[in-house]
Design a protein around this ligand. Structure first.
Ligand code: NI
Length: 170
């Protein structure tokens, strides 16, 4: 946080299955895996493209109680909220290390985009899955989760908010 590249809107990816795109995704996957992230957006590694990855095939140690979100590559995503219902939940971000904040997000939404081969992905999701997608797509519009917060008393260090849960290293 503080790097101006995180505040710029990213550009749509014009072509799929290219060596550049596969290299970008490999970099992103390495970064996300080594930091145990729930997701990662390209601008977080300094690349201004509308590319996000999220999900794992196993429970995430940073979000041990969260439902499993399938491993996904999502490019040029569009989000459509389904209903007006909002839900508060705790978020962290690899670009805001060591912190957690309570953020209100749409509970249910549809998202649409393509994968690295240009194949359409369209899903209707809710809860943690919907939250992760909203958080990652925000990165593509230059928005970090603290900018979404309305009550800054619900923002703090993970080790203070959730002591003894092993969340202090990220
Ligand atoms: Ni983030």
């Amino acid at each position: 946080m503080g790097d101006p590249r995180l505040l710029r809107p990213s550009e749509r990816v014009p072509a799929f299955d290219t060596p550049e795109l596969h290299a970008l995704l490999a970099d992103m996957q390495d970064t996300m895996t080594s930091l145990d992230g729930a997701g990662l957006a390209a601008p977080q590694i300094g690349e201004p493209w509308r590319v996000v990855i999220f999900g794992t095939d196993a429970p995430n140690p940073r979000y041990p109680d969260a439902e499993i979100v399938p491993r996904t590559v999502l490019i040029n995503p569009e989000i459509t909220p389904l209903g007006a219902e909002l839900e508060d939940g705790w978020e962290g971000c690899l670009s805001v290390p060591g912190m957690r904040g309570l953020v209100s997000r749409y509970r249910q939404l549809r998202y649409r985009g393509v994968d690295q081969h240009g194949r359409t992905i369209e899903r209707q999701v809710s809860g943690f899955h919907a939250r992760v997608v909203q958080h990652e797509v925000d990165h593509l519009d230059g928005i970090l989760y603290p900018m979404r917060m309305t009550d800054m008393s619900q923002f703090g260090f993970a080790e203070e908010l959730f002591p003894g849960q092993g969340l202090e290293d990220d």
